[in-house]
Design a protein around this ligand. Structure first.
Ligand code: SAH
Length: 464
């Protein structure tokens, strides 16, 4: 980030505005909305600007700016159409170390103003760092339509209850939980519908009974998808944002992890191929222990938790210990990689079924039952198949599958670094040999792979 986002208190503070035209008027309006006292200096001043400023206790001076005018002002805005004047305001302000914004000129400024969605006291500010103000404004329009106007009332309601809630709940964890329940539940619905009195009554009741806050921990076993954060489900995102602690492993992308609540504790429980077994029991136990401490535990797993994710084992122990949990499906690597690589897993002309198989080797060999995998109309998707790839392809051929069967290896599917290697089962191993391929990779075998050359252009560019 090039800028530190912050909200600055200008209430009843004199701020200097140099310029008297329409742009200056807009700036004066936003300063006055934040209760600043505005002092305008310009040889010509728009009458609406003058009236507004005077009405709100400010003053106007019809004259040219002088560097000494900066005086003790802490915040200065230059909104003239004269480059030289803007420059001189900027350098005088910089010399005095005050906050200076020259409209539409980030180089001359040390702060820039965001596009704002005003649901006072709730403010959403958006910035493109001065690089694409129109984009920021478009985003503002979208958020405007998403955030009901009455959100401000909801925030005010929160403000009125803040102290009371603090007195009832001493721990920040319980307070947060109270608010999360209140702001997602019936009190919020009442406030948003304009029934503030009823909302207040209900909140007070909940506060008196302590009912809305349970100290029972729970576990969310959440599928994080294959990498691109856009592929998360709404529910995954919601739970990610309310969990107290996040357990994640190697497959969860940074972009996804960044969406978890900022102050949630993050625990890396990454697994390597060799030390699976021991660690898995430790993870199962950790989930139980954390939940017993009353925490809301998010177990974030790459792809879908129930597809080669050992999700079943993790919740088994929770179930035995009576700990509440929920499982949120995710987009599994097969779906994500296939879509982003332009390889439909089934197709009327090419494949009537698809099979997900683990290519994980035991004692250096895959213990897959190959005679079941020879149907030319079945697509095979191997997870964890990179190390065993030469063996898998060779054994398919040995058992009688056509050596010309197309095969694709997709590396880091759905992420920006996605690479797709297409060949046949007889030469894929050779093709990737010198390519420095790293996991995670997914192996797709079957006629559908031939569609890649035709369809891969039309797939969304992965982000994150
Ligand atoms: N539960 C996960 C799979 C876990 S097994 C899911 O549903 O996707 C781990 C294997 O998944 C990796 O070895 C790899 O084969 C595959 N995989 C996961 N993410 C992937 C990605 N972004 N690109 C390619 N393969 C991926």
């Amino acid at each position: 980030m090039d800028y530190l986002p912050l909200f600055y208190d200008v209430r009843n503070r004199p701020c200097l505005l140099v310029g008297g035209g329409e742009v200056a008027l807009r700036k004066a309006q936003s300063l006055i909305r934040s209760q600043a006292i505005v002092h305008v200096i310009a040889p010509e001043i728009d009458s609406a600007l003058e009236q507004l400023v005077r009405e709100k206790g400010g003053k106007v001076e019809y004259r040219f700016f002088e560097p000494e005018d900066i005086g003790d002002y802490r915040l200065v805005v230059a909104a003239t159409d004269d480059e030289a004047v803007n420059k001189s305001v900027s350098s005088a302000a910089h010399a005095k170390g005050c906050l200076i914004n020259v409209v539409d000129n980030p180089e001359l400024s040390n702060f820039i103003t965001p596009a704002v969605i005003d649901r006072d006291p709730l403010i959403v500010a958006i910035s493109s760092g001065g690089q694409a103000p129109v984009l920021a404004r478009q985003l503002r329009a979208r958020i405007e339509s998403l955030v009901p106007a009455s959100y401000g009332q909801l925030a005010q309601l929160g403000g009125r209850f803040r102290e009371r809630v603090k007195q009832v709940f001493s721990s920040p964890q319980l307070r947060r939980r109270f608010w999360e329940n209140a702001l997602q539940g019936v009190p919020a619905e009442l406030a948003l519908a304009g029934n503030i009195e009823a909302a207040e009554r209900l909140l007070q009741e909940q506060l008196d009974s302590g009912e809305s806050v349970s100290t029972q921990g729970e576990v969310y076993l959440v599928g994080a998808g294959p990498g691109d954060p856009d592929l998360l489900t709404f529910r995954a995102l919601r739970l990610m944002q309310q969990a107290d602690v996040v357990l994640y492993d190697r497959l969860v992308s940074q972009g996804v992890l960044d969406l978890a609540r900022k102050d949630a504790e993050r625990i890396y429980v990454g697994k390597r191929r060799s030390d699976h077994a021991l660690q898995q029991t430790a993870i199962n136990q950790l989930l139980v222990d954390l939940a017993k401490q009353g925490k809301r535990v998010l177990r974030l797993k790459g792809g879908d938790p129930f597809i080669f994710g050992r999700g079943g084992e993790e919740i088994e122990q929770l179930a035995e210990e009576g700990i509440p949990f929920q499982v949120v499906p995710g987009i599994t690597a097969a779906s994500g990689c296939a879509s982003y690589a332009g390889i439909p897993l089934t197709h009327r002309d090419h494949a009537q079924s698809v099979r997900f198989i683990t290519g994980h080797l035991k004692n250096g060999q895959s213990n897959v039952h190959f005679p079941e995998l020879l149907d030319p109309a079945q697509t095979l998707v191997f997870y964890m198949g990179l190390v065993g790839l030469p063996d898998i392809c060779q054994r398919l051929i040995d058992h009688g599958r056509d050596p010309h069967t197309p095969a694709a290896l997709i590396e880091k599917g759905t992420t920006r670094e996605q690479r797709v290697f297409v060949a046949t089962i007889s030469d894929l191993a050779e093709k990737i040999a010198g390519q420095d391929v790293h996991g995670p990779t997914l192996l797709i075998i079957g006629d559908v792979v031939s569609l890649h050359s035709k369809l891969h252009w039309f797939h969304p560019r992965p982000v994150g």
